[in-house]
Ligand binder design. Structure first.
Ligand code: 5AD
Length: 353
C-alpha cells in the first residue's frame, strides 16, 4: 500500500476499508498531508464555494448529570459555578444574533434535569415563531426517543451529539460505566430516523486513542453518513481526572478534517472552538483543510467563563458573535467569506420548515 494512492482512492470513491484507513493514518508523509488538505479544500469549494456558514452558539446551561472524564462541566466538578439561562435570556441572545445576521441558533447545554424537556420544546417553538426562516440546532445530550421526537415536533431542525469515540474500549476510558457506546449510537440512529439533520463527531488525541481507534471513528462516520461532523482536539481541564493528560494534536485534527471532507464531500464540518483554542490560526487552518462552518459564541458574556469544557476555551474576539468583524478579516485573509444562508445540509430536501 501507498498513502498517496490511498488518498486518490478516497478522493474518487469516498471510502476506504479498515486496513486502508490504518495505513493512511500511520504511514503518511508531510507531502501526503499537504496534498490531502489541498484536495479537501478543493472539494469543499466545489460544493460550497469560498464560503463559510456561521452558527450562533448559545450555551444555555452548564448543569450536567453526566460525569465524562474529559469534560469541565462534569457532575463532579464542584469548583464550577452553575448557571441556567431562562427562555427569555435565550430569546434575548437570539435577538442579538438575529440583528447580527445569524440564521442558525445552536442551543447547547449539559444534560440538565432542571431545564425540563417541555421547557426546551416551548423555547424552540418561541425561537421559531419569532425568527421565521431560522434554523434551530439542539445539542443537549442523550434523551429518550419520545423526547427527541418532541424536540423535532417543536421545530428543532438539527441535533448535534458527538459519539466522542467509536471504539468501545476507548469509550470506557473516557466515560463512567453508566454510559455506553451502544446507547450513544442508538441515540444517533433515532435522531436520524426522526428526521433531524444529525451531527456526530469525536475527540482527537483523547486518552486511549490509537490509530486503530481513529480508523474505527472514520469507519463509523463512513457507515453512518451524518449531515454534520464536529471534531476537535482534546484539551485538558484542570478540574477533571484528565487534568494532566497531554492535549490532542492540531496537525492530526487538520489531517482528520481533510479525511472527513473527502469521505463525506457535502458534510457540514466546523472548524471548532477547540481547534481555535489549541493553536493560533487554528480555525483558519481548519477551513484550509476542508472545514466550512464556524460557530461564534452568542452566550451572555457573563456566563461564558462558566462554560469551560476545557482550560482556556476561547469565547471572545473572532470566537464571539460580537467579534464578527474580526472573523470577517480572518476569513478575508485566507480568501473566504461568511455565507449568511441557513446552511442546511445539501443532502436534505426542503429542510426549511
Ligand atoms: N476537550 C475538547 N473537547 C471537549 N468537549 C468536552 N470536553 C472537552 C475537552 N476537554 C467536547 C465534547 C462534546 C462537546 C460539546 O465538547 O466532544 O461533545
Amino acid at each position: 500500500m501507498d498513502a498517496a494512492a490511498l488518498i486518490d482512492t478516497l478522493h474518487e470513491t469516498h471510502r476506504l476499508d479498515r486496513a486502508q484507513w490504518l495505513f493512511l493514518l500511520s504511514a503518511h508523509t508531510p507531502e501526503d498531508r499537504a496534498r490531502l488538505a489541498a484536495l479537501a479544500r478543493r472539494t469543499a469549494q466545489a460544493h460550497f464555494g469560498n464560503r463559510v456558514y456561521v452558527r450562533g452558539l448559545i450555551e444555555f446551561t452548564n448543569h450536567c448529570r453526566q460525569n465524562c472524564r474529559y469534560c469541565g462541566i462534569r457532575r463532579d466538578n464542584r469548583a464550577l459555578t452553575r448557571y441556567r439561562l431562562t427562555p427569555e435570556e435565550i430569546l434575548a441572545c437570539c435577538d442579538q444574533g438575529s440583528a447580527l445576521g445569524f440564521r442558525t441558533f445552536v442551543l447547547q447545554g449539559g444534560e440538565d434535569a432542571g431545564f425540563s424537556d417541555s421547557l426546551l420544546c416551548r423555547t424552540v417553538e418561541r425561537i421559531k415563531a419569532r425568527f421565521p426562516g431560522c434554523a434551530v440546532t439542539l445539542s443537549a445530550g442523550e434523551r429518550e426517543h419520545s423526547v427527541y421526537r418532541s424536540f423535532f415536533d417543536a421545530g428543532a431542525d438539527r441535533y448535534l451529539l458527538r459519539h466522542e469515540t467509536a471504539d468501545a474500549a476507548q469509550y470506557r476510558v473516557l466515560h463512567p460505566p453508566e454510559l455506553s457506546l451502544a446507547h450513544r449510537m442508538d441515540c444517533l440512529r433515532q435522531l436520524k430516523e426522526i428526521g433531524f439533520q444529525v451531527g456526530a463527531g469525536f475527540l482527537v488525541g483523547a486518552p486511549g486513542q490509537t490509530d486503530e481507534t481513529l480508523a474505527e471513528n472514520l469507519l463509523f462516520l463512513q457507515e453512518f453518513q451524518p449531515h454534520m461532523v464536529g471534531i476537535g482536539p482534546f484539551l485538558p481541564h484542570h478540574e477533571t481526572p484528565f487534568a494532566t493528560e497531554p492535549p490532542g494534536s492540531t496537525e492530526q485534527t487538520l489531517f482528520l478534517l481533510s479525511c472527513i471532507r473527502l469521505m463525506l464531500p457535502q458534510v457540514l464540518l466546523p472548524a471548532t472552538t477547540a481547534l481555535g483554542t489549541a493553536a493560533a490560526g487554528g480555525r483558519e487552518h481548519g477551513i484550509l483543510a476542508g472545514a466550512n462552518v464556524v460557530m461564534p459564541n452568542l452566550s451572555p458574556v457573563a456566563v461564558r467563563k462558566q462554560y469551560m469544557l476545557y482550560d482556556n476555551k476561547l469565547s471572545s474576539g473572532g470566537e464571539s458573535a460580537q467579534g464578527l468583524n474580526q472573523l470577517r478579516s480572518q476569513l478575508d485573509a485566507i480568501g473566504y467569506k461568511i455565507d449568511w444562508g441557513r446552511g442546511d445540509s445539501p443532502l436534505v430536501q426542503s429542510a426549511n420548515r
